[in-house]
Design a protein around this ligand. Structure first.
Ligand code: MRU
Length: 345
């Protein structure tokens, strides 16, 4: 696949200054549409609506967002305080994925050096993300194939941790791509990922485009699929990984992890090092984004609950380190369930 979730485009935006080009994931797979974003409001809106989503892609959005804010400051005559508060708005648009704040923080110190320096750093950050994903995919595939004695693997994945969630290649789906390139994928079960269907709409789209055999299942089928012995491993991405190996990821990941533990199937978490937050000792302090209840109480725009019923919509959960067989980053593979720590990697 050649699509990119997020890039900087020079020949777009007002005054031809350039814009962040976002592949609008709210309308995939039915429609392939790009948003050229050149204001902080539009970027925050795109992040909150999940037009751009997935931890590593949010890191790129954060870094490129600083350029957007600088351009808008120039256009509208903002003072330094206003510029910094608008950059903060981008930094805090979603709380759980550490990459968004990390992406902002990587380039923000360069604001004083001028726009070109910030843009160059943001572009480098995006390129580094894809390189990291390719490397961690190789390491993760080696780890899995050394432990699972089958010619081809049956994999379960949850949410979308593919190229759409990154600047390229993908993390969990990057591992699947790497295994597929080695001829070692038998089948992928993709959880549909209620309520916004990142698995059904996005992961299936990527798997279909790459010709990887797969089926989409409802999230509530996952534990049974694992316990029935239909999969050899589960591979997921992450939004934040703490020093001890606790993993925040899309809600439902914890259920997958518990079933893997019960079935003796390894859960492998694939993420670039930018998703590792060593400032947190464990996952107890991770802020879990709560999204509008209306995303749960309707389906396809039609209300599915009685009038008066509320929706409860935590977007992420935290899987304790003891259920995480492996965390693969570009720096290597750590085994939290065996007592290994990220801060000793
Ligand atoms: O709400 P989303 O779609 O941004 O959630 C995304 C996930 O939970 C992904 O698994 C995670 O960000 C890793 S993406 C490589």
């Amino acid at each position: 696949m050649t699509e990119r979730a997020i890039t900087w485009t020079d020949d777009a935006g007002r005054d031809g200054r350039g814009a962040v080009r976002i592949l609008d994931q709210t309308v995939l797979p039915a429609t392939t549409d790009y948003l050229d974003v050149d204001t902080v409001d539009a970027l925050v809106e795109a992040i909150v609506a999940l037009a751009v989503r997935g931890a590593p892609a949010l890191g790129v959005a954060g870094a490129m967002g600083v350029v957007v804010a600088m351009d808008q400051a120039e256009r509208e005559g903002w003072d330094e305080a206003r510029l910094q508060s608008e950059i903060d708005r981008i930094r805090h648009a979603r709380p759980t994925a550490v990459n968004l704040a990390w992406g902002v923080d990587q380039v923000r110190p360069l604001v004083g050096d001028g726009r070109a320096a910030v843009l160059e750093a943001a572009r480098a950050l995006a390129a580094d993300d894809e390189a990291a994903n390719r490397e961690l995919s190789r390491l993760a595939a080696d780890w899995l194939l050394a432990r699972i004695d089958r010619p081809t693997l049956r994999v379960l994945t949850h949410c979308n941790a593919g190229l759409l969630a990154t600047s390229g290649w993908g993390t969990a789906l990057g591992v699947v791509r790497e295994l597929h390139a080695r001829g070692r994928v038998e089948f992928v079960y993709a959880d549909e990922t209620r309520p916004l269907l990142q698995g059904a709409r996005l992961t299936a789209w990527e798997l279909a485009a790459d010709g990887i055999p797969h089926a989409v299942q409802v999230d509530s089928a996952a534990s049974s699929t694992i316990m029935r012995g239909l999969v050899d491993c589960a591979i997921v991405g992450a939004d934040r990984i703490t020093a001890n190996g606790d993993v925040a990821n899309k809600v439902g990941t914890l259920g997958v992890a518990l079933a893997c533990q019960a079935a003796g199937v390894p859960l492998l978490v694939a993420a670039p090092w930018s998703t590792v937050d060593l400032s947190m000792a464990d996952g107890s302090g991770i802020e879990i984004e709560e999204r509008p209840g209306a995303e749960v109480t309707s389906f396809g725009g039609v209300q599915t609950v009685p009038d008066g019923s509320q929706g409860f919509n935590p977007a992420f959960d935290v899987t304790p380190a003891r259920f995480v067989a492996a965390v693969a980053t570009e720096r290597g593979v750590v085994e939290p369930a065996a007592g290994e720590r990220l801060d000793q990697a």
